[in-house]
Design a protein around this ligand. Structure first.
Ligand code: NCD
Ligand code: ZN
Length: 352
């Protein structure tokens, strides 16, 4: 297969940051995707509807007029969020989910939830008003090995969440293990998962190949090859349960190439092409459109996009560095070739 046309995809998990950094990256996403679920882990976090709506306006102001891009806003759950805020979020056509960061799990998660018992009233409300819960699925206890944190989260927290709130819609974000794939497949249609392009393309060896590589460090951390293979099988052969969420997470080059480097991989510059490479590697594009453009919208109960995009098997070279702050941004696959080229929707045709 050398050319694929599909409904324009959405990115169901994206970090845009704010201010000048956001302005530097947002059009990479707007060029590719029709909509994106915007992560609320700013500093300070987006915990209130009013903040989410103000952030949305700032994003829209930064999008070039030639793109029609819709940011789908989320709230950051803390131990102290009033349930009334959830009711307000559910009533807003612009707020689509709330995000559970276990406190200390990842970038800007210090204000996150210390224990799910602390947010019982909020979760009850989310179940009642049918607002999806997005989980960063990693246990945080010091003694749990960093490679086992996803499985520990399933055993310690996710199973309890599912039992207590069986009707709550949950997205298990950026899954990285066979354990997560199997768990999601064992659950009903109230649960789905996102998979990033980088977890489909790299394994943990890529963190250390030829020396330590901070640009392959993200959370959850890349796992061993058998897990990557399980993710690839899930994405390519289980339509409906798994969908695209890039977790594109830009950090300044100086924050990545540091004695204590930040977690996060930037993939928005080439996200759809990278997913195409992964599906190509599996030799199976049968469910590509479902994974990229249909399953997520269905889970979030939103209409499918109208426009179409085309991908061509034509290689191009990723720039060594992108604009961001005074230190720049190193994109995923910097200086290397990507085998697929996107013909974006703005240059393409409306779907029939
Ligand atoms: C994300 C970030 O930088 O905001 N980092 C990452 O490694 N994925 C946070 C997150 O989603 O864990
Ligand atoms: Zn993320």
């Amino acid at each position: 297969m050398n050319e694929i046309s599909l409904i324009q995809p959405d990115d169901w998990h994206l970090h845009l940051r704010d201010d000048g950094k956001m302005k530097a990256v947002v059009n990479d996403t707007a060029r590719q995707f029709a909509r994106a679920i915007i992560m609320p882990n700013l500093a300070p976090p987006v915990t209130r509807c009013e903040q989410a709506l103000a952030y949305r306006s700032r994003i829209l102001d930064a999008v070039q007029p030639r793109y029609s891009f819709e940011p789908l806003m989320t709230l950051y759950l803390t131990d102290n969020l009033p349930p009334a805020e959830i009711e307000q979020a559910a009533a807003s056509p612009m707020i689509h989910a709330a995000k559970l960061y276990p406190a200390g799990a990842t970038t800007n998660s210090d204000a996150g939830v210390t224990h799910i018992d602390r947010i019982d009233a909020v979760l009850e409300t989310m179940q009642r008003v049918d607002l999806p819960l997005l989980v960063h699925g990693e246990a945080t206890a010091r003694e749990i090995d960093v490679f086992d944190r996803e499985k520990a989260f399933i055993d310690q927290t996710l199973k309890t969440l599912r039992q207590r709130y069986p009707d709550l819609r949950i997205v298990f974000e950026h899954i990285t293990t066979t354990d997560a794939v199997d768990y999601v497949l064992s659950q009903n249609d109230r649960m789905a998962a996102t998979i990033t392009p980088h977890h489909l393309l790299i394994n943990r060896n890529d963190l250390f190949k030829g020396g330590i590589n901070p640009h392959h460090y993200c959370l959850p951390i890349a796992k061993r090859e058998t897990h990557r293979q399980a993710l690839l099988r899930a994405a390519t052969s289980q339509p409906g349960k798994f969908f695209a969420g890039t977790d594109s997470a830009p950090h300044s080059r100086s924050d990545k190439e540091s004695a204590c480097g930040c977690a996060g991989i930037y993939s928005a510059h080439a996200a759809i092409e990278l997913y195409a490479e992964a599906f190509d590697q599996a030799g199976n594009f049968e469910h590509f459109e479902t994974f990229m453009s249909i399953a997520g919208a269905q889970f979030y109960q939103m209409p499918l996009n109208q426009k179409k995009i085309t991908l061509q098997r034509k290689s191009w070279t990723v720039p060594e560095q992108l604009q961001f702050d005074e230190h720049g941004l190193i994109p995923f696959r910097a200086g290397q070739d990507i085998e697929w080229t996107l013909i974006p929707a703005s240059a393409g045709s409306e779907a029939a």
